[in-house]
Design a protein around this ligand. Structure first.
Ligand code: DWN
Ligand code: SAH
Length: 407
């Protein structure tokens, strides 16, 4: 029996992807024999409505001094975070003397650099030492730590409380969310705002975006599950916004209870969640069926191309690709290599399936017949820069929201 991480109620499991390696555990051949695996399974808590992993990987195995994901690899995301920073400055910092901004999971400083440039007091909390160092090199103050209530207390006593606490694509990575919520309660000024965004459960379900499910993503949030958690700490969701980044994300604005009147977005979103059935187990059973269908279609398509002797390579060695390659059985005989712009991944091999990861220059120098778009969430950015690939008859294979060939 599995217990909910949030409310301890019994969880209803609904999908299992089998044995999985660490999503960002790109490795060298001499490490293959010691590769770490766990069981990737997901369940729904009928009590507090949190969708969550059933088995967790130790955080130190995922977030360390060789973390492979650098946020600044997407120029679209840099622009997205630039706009978030402007919004925070105008809406929440403009009236404050000497404001202070904290970011949880600040990675290479992609968001905080927008505050650092204007000498706005800030602090990033980032446990992966290599990306934290990249942020420092940009002038972004960063401490190397996992955020929790102890760190929150320490930051508040050394710097005072924060006017804004920001967190992008990190809250869903933290299994011990009670400690995080307690930390927000301690660190946030009475009139301050906690703003976080993560891939949204409604989008994952509606688009069959099953590759958002991997070790780092402990939770898949709905507004209802977020409300149920934070209300226990006298914190309330006062506004939500949807964005199309990372395949569909929800931004939550949270303040101390009773300070702001919630906007109409909150009730509207709760109603929408009811309509799409995020509160019902049967929605997740249907999701599982769609995932299995998607896997079978992608596998069939790739095997057909292999039989026709077509060259197929992966485009972007994303964390998400680890779920797809391992779950669908995509091996080096099917996929020649994966192209990626991140130096730390290049020359290594994909977790579990051991497909070589090569440079982007290699892709450009010798275009394949097909590119399997593992970075489908960046499709607009990627397709805009890959016009020559299409002009030379190259085709894209995408699998979200459905398996299809484009071009
Ligand atoms: O939640 C998470 C999100 C925010 O980022 C983390 N757990 C880890 C990571 O997930 P991901 O690896 O699936 O992220 P992306 O942003 O979908 O993919 C990034 C990878 O794609 C990088 O290795 C760089 C690569 N890439 C590329 O090769 N060419 C990306 C772009 C935009 C490109 O043009
Ligand atoms: N905010 C960035 C990075 C997201 S990747 C973006 O949106 O692109 C998730 C990041 O959270 C990683 O850099 C990881 O090291 C960090 N992280 C994981 N657990 C954390 C925790 N408990 N506290 C703070 N950061 C954490």
């Amino acid at each position: 029996m599995y217990q909910c991480q949030i409310c301890t109620h019994k969880i209803e499991p609904f999908i299992s992807f089998g044995r999985m390696p660490i999503a960002n555990g790109f490795l060298m051949p001499d490490q293959f024999s010691e590769e770490y695996f766990y069981n990737l399974k997901v369940g729904f808590c009928p009590e507090c409505e949190m969708v969550q992993l059933l088995e967790f990987v130790d955080r130190e195995k995922m977030f360390h001094e060789q973390y492979a994901f650098f946020s600044s690899t997407s120029s679209f995301m840099a622009r997205h975070f630039g706009m978030l920073a402007e919004k925070v400055k105008c809406s929440f910092l403009a009236e404050v003397r000497d404001p202070f901004v904290v970011e949880i999971g600040s990675n290479d400083g992609i968001l905080l650099e927008n505050f650092a440039r204007q000498n706005i007091r800030h602090l990033g909390v980032e446990p992966s030492a290599n990306v934290a160092e990249a942020a420092r090199e940009k002038g972004v103050k960063s401490i190397c730590a996992f955020f929790d209530d102890d760190i929150a207390r320490q930051i508040a006593s050394e710097n005072g409380r924060a006017d804004a606490i920001l967190a992008a694509n990190v809250m869903c990575h933290i299994p011990y969310l009670h400690s995080v919520a307690a930390g927000i309660k301690i660190l946030l000024k009475p009139g301050g705002m906690f703003i976080f965004e993560d891939p949204y459960l409604g989008d994952i379900v509606e688009k069959t975006a099953y590759d958002q499910i991997y070790d780092e993503h402990a939770f898949y949030f709905s507004l209802k599950s977020i409300h149920n958690l934070f209300s226990q700490y006298d914190l309330e969701v006062i506004h939500t916004e949807s964005y199309n980044v990372h395949g569909g994300s929800m931004r939550f604005y949270i303040s101390h209870k009773g300070i702001h009147t919630p906007s109409s977005s909150v009730m509207t979103q709760i109603d929408k969640e009811c309509i799409i059935g995020l509160h019902q187990h049967k929605t997740y059973e249907l999701f599982r069926k769609s995932v299995e269908k998607s896997r079978d279609q992608l596998k069939r398509l790739l095997l057909n191309l292999k039989n026709e002797n077509r060259r197929v390579v992966g485009y972007a060695a994303t964390s998400k690709s680890t779920t797809v390659t391992n779950y669908c059985g995509i091996t080096p005989d099917i996929l020649e290599y994966m192209s990626d712009t991140t130096p730390i991944k290049q020359g290594k091999y994909s977790p579990g399936t051991h497909i070589p990861v090569r440079t982007y220059e290699e892709f450009k120098a010798n275009y394949p017949d097909y590119a399997l778009l593992f970075g489908w969430n960046h499709a607009e950015e990627i397709m805009a820069k890959e016009k020559t690939f299409c002009d030379r008859n190259g085709k894209w294979i995408v699998y979200v929201p459905k398996v299809q060939i484009i071009g």
